[in-house]
Design a protein around this ligand. Structure first.
Ligand SMILES: *Cc1c(COP(=O)(O)O)cnc(C)c1O
Length: 218
């Protein structure tokens, strides 16, 4: 079913939208099936699990870290991670920069914006993002590049609320894009809400259960 699910989703996507196949908790055979169907971008939310899968699978896969980061574990993925979605502090950016430097790389990052009205979600306010991007300390970091933003909407069926949350981040993204030329990725949308995220301006979606089926945990 994984192949069929993937192809069905891909057919429905505008050309400018990148599909990140969220394979967290899923066994290698599932990722191999997606790989055989042509998928090359995978997202994981635990560093250790991503490292194990990276070691076991073909090296032309692009690995995206989509989970909340534990700073002390950044070093384990610094040699291969392609994009880190969930960065929500300058402190974490500094750690990523430090580890990237050891491998002579530049690591692309997305700042996670808080768009959900729920209290529990991680993320930065738009003001905090602007403060980071214009700080001296940030401008000194040569081994990271902030290439866009990531947002998670409230877990709700209320389409209007979802659209308001996505559209707010899109508007902020557009505004900052005029000043920060490196910004080109807006990561919004999961299995339950990606069509709406795309119509609200997302160009990168993170889809797990609609491809791989439901997870038992996480
Ligand atoms: C698990 C996860 C997803 C995928 O969720 P699905 O509902 O299974 O598509 C997307 N983004 C993040 C940050 C996640 O942790």
């Amino acid at each position: 079913m994984i192949k069929e699910n993937l192809l069905k989703i891909k057919q429905s996507l505008p050309e400018n939208v990148t599909l990140v196949a969220v394979s967290k908790t899923k066994p290698l055979v599932d990722l191999q099936e997606a790989y055989a169907a042509g998928q090359r971008v995978f997202g994981e939310n635990k560093i250790q699990e991503m490292v194990e899968k990276y070691d076991a699978l073909p090296k032309d896969i692009q690995w995206h870290m989509i989970g909340h980061l534990q700073r002390n574990k950044v070093k384990y993925m610094a040699h291969f991670v392609d994009l880190i979605h969930g960065v929500d502090s300058l402190k974490t950016l500094k750690e990523i920069n430090k580890q990237a430097k050891k491998h002579n790389r530049t690591i692309n990052c997305l700042l996670q914006a808080k768009i959900a009205k729920e209290e529990t979600k991680f993320g930065l306010s738009f003001q905090e993002i602007e403060a980071i991007l214009s700080s001296e300390e940030f401008l000194e970091l040569e081994n990271i590049k902030v290439v866009g933003f990531m947002g998670m909407a409230t877990f709700t069926d209320n389409q209007q609320q979802l659209q308001e949350e996505f559209s707010a981040l899109k508007a902020f993204f557009n505004k900052l894009k005029t000043q920060e030329t490196a910004l080109n990725i807006l990561s919004m949308g999961m299995s339950g809400d990606y069509p709406l995220a795309i119509s609200s301006g997302s160009n990168m979606i993170r889809v797990g259960s609609s491809i791989f089926g439901n997870r038992n945990y996480n």
